[in-house]
Write a protein that binds this ligand. Sequence first.
Ligand code: ZN
Length: 189
Amino acid sequence: MEAMKKGNQRFRTGVRQNRNCLNEQRASAAGQYPAAVILSCIDSRAPAEVIMDLGIGDIFNCRIAGNVQNPDILGSMEFACKLAGTKVVLVMGHTACGAVKGAIDNAELGNLTGLLAKIRPAVEATTYTGQRSVENYAFVDAVARKSVEITLTDIRKNSAVLAGLEANGTIKITGAMYNLETGIVDFFG
Ligand SMILES: [Zn+2]
């Protein structure tokens, strides 16, 4: 958690760590010990390694539009935490998320329809006084945050492996929101 928080601090203040990717590649070739598994959106402006100034071998990185969970993602997280020794599961949403906007608008397109359906419960669960539309950035971001919270609940509910590791104190499961405008990753815990 500390490495991610300090890395984001470096990123947003423009003092990124001077790293040699070739050295990192060589040093990690024989084995990997990533500290965290991150579930974040495919959004091109929110690459976890870049915005938290991390290098090769530092994190497992699951990316899917709207950072929703599914059995394959849970399987990946279980591999990370149970078999590779990863200690943190971080679900990271972001502001102005296109997938969240699509869910609010009930957008329909091929396989995307089913993906957006996974975000719909967050739209309904978001308590918000004011305009509940994609034109209201504050509402869009409130839904994105709620969606991260629901995803955290779903991870615990749908993965006995991860819930067990959390219960016995082996791993931490938590969320964060990345702000595209400020570059700040706001960690829930
Ligand atoms: Zn997004």
